[in-house]
Design a protein around this ligand. Structure first.
Ligand SMILES: [Zn+2]
Length: 291
């Protein structure tokens, strides 16, 4: 994208990337959450120049199919194929079980046991798993979900399919987070723009919030979604674990990244901003832009 539309202050203004990068830092911070694709109006991001010399650029993770600005990349093709795959799974499965380890590093997937249900048990509670023999896990499953057709998905496919507009966001298919704990997909997956905060973190029920990242603060304590301007994802507590897990060494790598987190949404003290607090450092997936 050479140009982006900025809707800051309710006005429509077209910026070229050359112009935008010469703005003052405070103007850039002000305008960047209000960028969109000039063709399809998909929410867009601005990426700063990288420390190793990659040029500043505009982009969007939300170009609609056929938008001229949305050049076909391996990453986008993969997202589209994940969206199709998830749609097929929704059509056939009674329950979709989320495997929080499936989307993690290759090193882990190599070592993990082959049975999906064992992995879920490990993800839930490593201690519990060490006490359970495989036959016990089977009993547990049989008790919780008799005769269900269960499919397992990793967070990467779930996020990609949500970003590419799969049926998942509206689906009544049951999603299993922990053994025996299921939620209808449409009640569980919430785009940042639709987040409904509780008054306090104690009242809030955890959900899977998703969208894309516009920018971060200097300390990398807060992630600000592109999807809306009143939500902040509080990263600080798990910052080092998450950043090292996803190999993120500079904030620019997160500009324009897709993200899905399990967390609670609540108001800040002044009720001016919605805070999303993470459940832990594991129930998160970040789809960094592949350049
Ligand atoms: Zn577009």
């Amino acid at each position: 994208m050479i140009d982006a539309v900025c809707t800051y202050g309710g006005e429509r203004h077209i910026f070229s990337i050359l112009k935008f990068q010469t703005l003052s830092e405070s103007e850039i911070e002000q305008f960047r959450p209000f960028l969109m694709c000039p063709v399809c109006k998909g929410k867009a991001y601005y990426r700063k120049k990288s420390s190793d010399g990659k040029a500043a650029c505009f982009g969007s993770r939300y170009h609609i199919a056929g938008c001229d600005e949305g050049s076909l990349s391996t990453q986008r093709e993969r997202e589209v194929s994940h969206s199709r795959e998830v749609n097929q799974i929704i059509a056939s499965a009674d329950v979709i079980s989320i495997d929080f380890l499936l989307s993690k590093s290759i090193k882990q997937t190599k070592d993990r046991p082959s049975r999906d249900k064992q992995i879920t048990a490990v993800a839930l509670n490593p201690k519990a798993y060490s006490n359970l023999k495989p036959e016990n896990i089977n009993q547990l499953d049989a008790k919780a979900k008799p005769a269900s057709n269960i499919k397992t998905l990793g967070l990467d496919k779930i996020l990609n399919s949500l970003m590419r507009g799969s049926d998942l966001a509206q689906s009544t298919t049951l999603i299993e987070l922990d053994v025996g704990y299921t939620f209808k997909a449409k009640n569980l997956f919430v785009n940042f723009a639709d987040a409904e905060p509780c008054d306090s973190v104690k009242q809030a029920k955890p959900k899977m919030y998703w969208g894309t990242i516009s920018h971060l603060d200097k300390e990398l304590d807060w992630l600000n979604p592109s999807d809306c301007n009143d939500v902040g994802i509080l990263l600080s507590k798990y910052k080092s674990a998450i950043l090292s897990h996803f190999n993120i060494s500079e904030p620019r790598q997160l500009e324009g990244a897709g993200i899905i987190v399990f967390g609670k949404c609540f108001w800040n003290a002044k009720k001016t901003r919605k805070i999303i607090e993470l459940w832990n450092a594991e129930r998160i997936f970040i789809s960094v832009l592949e350049e």
